[in-house]
Every structure is written in C-alpha cells, then in structure tokens.
Design a protein around this ligand. Structure first.
Ligand code: PGA
Ligand code: ZN
Length: 417
C-alpha cells in the first residue's frame, strides 16, 4: 500500500522543548502519527538528533519527496529508503529524529491498513503472537540529574540514584500492579511532604518525588512508603537506575559521600541486594566500565536484572559486545537511542534471541506518545526468571499516564472485557 502523504511539525514535550511529530498517510486514508522523546541523562553512544525544526524541514521536503508514492507497509524497506537518502553512518543529514518519527508513524498507518493493533503489527517483527502485558517499573523517587525538572543539567556530578522504582512481579494483572504502584506513590507523597516540607515537595523529570538523600536513604524512604501503603516489603521489588556515568569523578565513583573503586561499587550493590528486596540495577557503572557490569552480573545476575541503558544505547553492535562479555542480562529499549524504529527492532530481536530481557522505556523528555507500550506488549517473555518490564515513570503526569492508560486499555482488550 503506497504512501500518499508525509507531513511533520514541531510540538512541545514535557520539558517545554520542541520536538518532532510526523504524520504518514497511506492509500485508503490509513493514518499514523508519531512524536519523538528526548533524554537528559544521555549516553555517549546514542544516535545524534538534529534540532527539531531542521528535522521537520527535512521531513517536509526531502523525505516527503522520496517516500510519497512508494510502498508504506514494511518498516525495513522504508528505513532502507531513508538510509539511501541520508547517506551518512550516523543519520546526521536527515536527523535520527526525522528517521524515527517517520518510521513509527508509517508503522502505525500500516497497522491500521492491515486492521491490526499496533502491538500485533510489531509482534510480527518480533516473532510473537502471544501478547502479555509488561511488568511496570513504577517510579517513586528522583535523584541525580532527574531531581530537577528542566533542560539544564543543574548538577555536574550526581550523588544518588536517578530513579528508584518498584515492581510487582507477582501481581495478577497490569491493572493490579498499577493499583499497588499508585497506592505506594500516594503514601510516599505524604512521607516526602512531612520530611522535606512544602518547599522541597516537588516531583522531578519522570513524576517521582525529588529526593535529597543518599542511595541508602532513597531505598529506606521507598521501604517506608511500601509499608505505609500496607504492603509487605518482600512482595515489592526495587529496581534502581544508578545512571552511574554521572557519578564518575577522578579515581572512582561518588557514592553516599565516599569515593569507591569499581570493585568497591560491586560490593556496595551486593550489600544492597542483601539488605533490600533489590530486583534490578540499571547502568550500575559508567558506560565504558564493562568489567564492573560483568562482575556484578556474575555475582547477582541470577536474582536481579542488570540493565544496560547508556551502556547499551539500544545499539546492536554494543549489545553484541556486552553479551559476549557477560555484562548484563537486560537492556532498556529506547528507540531514539537507536535512531530509528528498524534499528530498534534489530536490537530487540538480538536481545530476545540471546535471552536478554528487553525493557521498552520512556525518556525524561516525553510527549503523549504511547508507542513504547505497544512495543512492550509485542515482546515475548523469553527469560526463565525475569519477565518483560516497561520503564514508564510515575503513575502521575500526563505524558507518563498516557503510557499506563494505553496498557490498561490493551489489557482490557486482551482479556476480552
Ligand atoms: P533520560 O533518562 O531519558 O533523561 O536519558 C532516562 C534513563 O536514564 O533511563
Ligand atoms: Zn537510565
């Protein structure tokens, strides 16, 4: 089915920054629209974007000319046409944000043309027909670069975990996990208000409460909220995003007022795993400290997710290297790190084939786009211990809530309600 129109514009994201939104229409009027998120805690291996206005100009001129009148039903062939037009290894002529928005919008239009839900269309690319809801990573507390909302990086060196999240792997449904997550979030709101006072009672980038305590302080506060919500600590897993590339100082990592070597940081995480119900560590070391990540995976990878984010950058070449070194058992799938939907699909396929758990993820700068929720439902559960998760943020703030709500609706449909 041929593409009849391609059109883009800039729209606002959750940080009041402009980002790209693209529309693609196919013959018969089948329509798809997609917008692009943007990270603040970005890794150095991510695809490079153009300023949103430049990417929009490229879509409305060169890309429109190249795609209108050609087949719009297959992600790979659209991607190959964009690659041929761009002619650079890092997509810098057209912009990775132009690639991503057009490929995702086209995928939505193609799914509509085939009469499929988006997760079914994506499941076709991932060899999956058994759709299950992901386990949500519910964000409670924001530290590091995410503590303060806004485009500027206020802190040069972060001093605690960027995200402290909870997970309910034993919940019987996505709705139940969301309900429990929300209960803890609301209990936490009261605790942080009384602890930090109204002036410091703020939410950070992803809707979690800004926290000024050290790493152990974050975990203690999370536990307090879990208990205040009437839950048993052992029924709630804790997953942190250390974003440790931002902790790096000369000679080691700054953690809770001390400077630790890689080996000492491994020991610190093992201690935390003994002291709390830890279920995962994202970017526990600097993005180039592959050895640290491998050592931690050897020590606790059977009971906790060791998740790559800046480490992996949704890049299949990086993932291949990291898998060979045994440096992780899971990774975030952020399509805008990969720079295109097709590159993201290739990375996800590699992960699934190699027993690495994919976690489709939002970014700190978000729109109401819900594509990652469909992608999470499209990913099969391939690991004997760990289910597919989705990193969504707090169950509050419109741009995060849009993703939870998309999953609530998908679950209703899958249950035939
Ligand atoms: P970012 O952070 O979207 O600001 O890069 C999110 C994360 O580190 O997972
Ligand atoms: Zn991260």
């Amino acid at each position: 089915m041929n593409i009849t129109s391609v059109k883009a514009r800039t729209i606002l994201d959750s940080r009041a920054s402009w980002t790209v939104e693209a529309d693609v229409t196919l013959e018969g009027g089948f329509f798809g629209r997609a917008s692009v998120p943007y990270g603040k805690s970005r890794g150095k291996y991510e695809a490079k974007y153009l300023p949103a206005a430049d990417a929009v100009t490229n879509i409305n001129t060169k890309i429109r000319k190249a795609l209108v009148g050609s087949d719009g039903s297959d992600v790979e062939s659209i991607h190959n046409r964009l690659v041929a037009l761009d002619q650079t290894p890092d997509k810098h002529n057209l912009g990775a944000n132009a690639f991503l928005s057009v490929e995702v919008a086209a995928a939505k239009a193609a799914a509509a043309a085939e009469g499929l839900e988006l997760y079914e269309y994506l499941g076709g690319y991932l060899g999956n027909k058994k759709y299950e809801l992901p386990v949500p990573l519910v964000d409670l507390l924001m530290g590091g670069l995410h503590r303060v909302q806004g485009e500027d990086r206020m802190e040069k060196v972060a001093d605690n975990f960027q995200n402290t999240q909870i997970t309910f792997e034993k919940a019987k449904s996505f709705r139940e996990a969301t309900t429990l997550g929300r209960d803890v979030y609301l209990a936490l709101s009261k605790i942080t208000l009384s602890r930090f006072g109204p002036d410091r009672h703020k939410t950070g980038e992803d809707g979690g409460f800004a926290c000024f305590e050290g790493c152990r302080g974050l975990l203690d506060t999370a536990e307090e909220a879990i208990e205040a919500a009437g839950l048993n600590l052992k029924d709630v897993g804790i997953v942190v995003d250390a974003a440790a590339s931002h902790w790096k100082v000369h000679g080691g990592y700054t953690v809770d007022g001390k400077i630790l070597t890689t080996g000492e940081l491994v020991d610190f995480y093992v201690e935390l795993t003994n002291d709390y119900f830890m279920k995962g560590f994202e970017d526990p070391f600097d993005q180039d400290d592959v050895e640290g990540s491998a050592e931690l995976t050897r020590k606790i990878g059977d009971k906790a997710l060791i998740i790559g984010d800046d480490l992996t950058a949704t890049n299949v070449g990086r993932l291949t290297m990291l898998k060979e070194k045994g440096a992780l058992n899971s990774l975030l799938i952020k399509l805008n790190q990969a720079g295109s939907l097709w590159d993201g699909i290739l990375t996800t396929r590699f992960a699934l084939k190699n027993g690495i758990v994919p976690i489709p993820s939002h970014r700190s700068g978000e729109t109401d786009e819900t594509f990652a929720s469909d992608l999470a439902v499209a990913c099969p559960n391939i690991h004997p211990t760990f289910r597919v998760h989705q990193k969504i943020g707090a169950p509050a703030k419109g741009e995060r809530v849009a993703k939870y709500n998309r999953l609530l609706r998908i679950e209703e449909k899958l249950l035939g309600q």
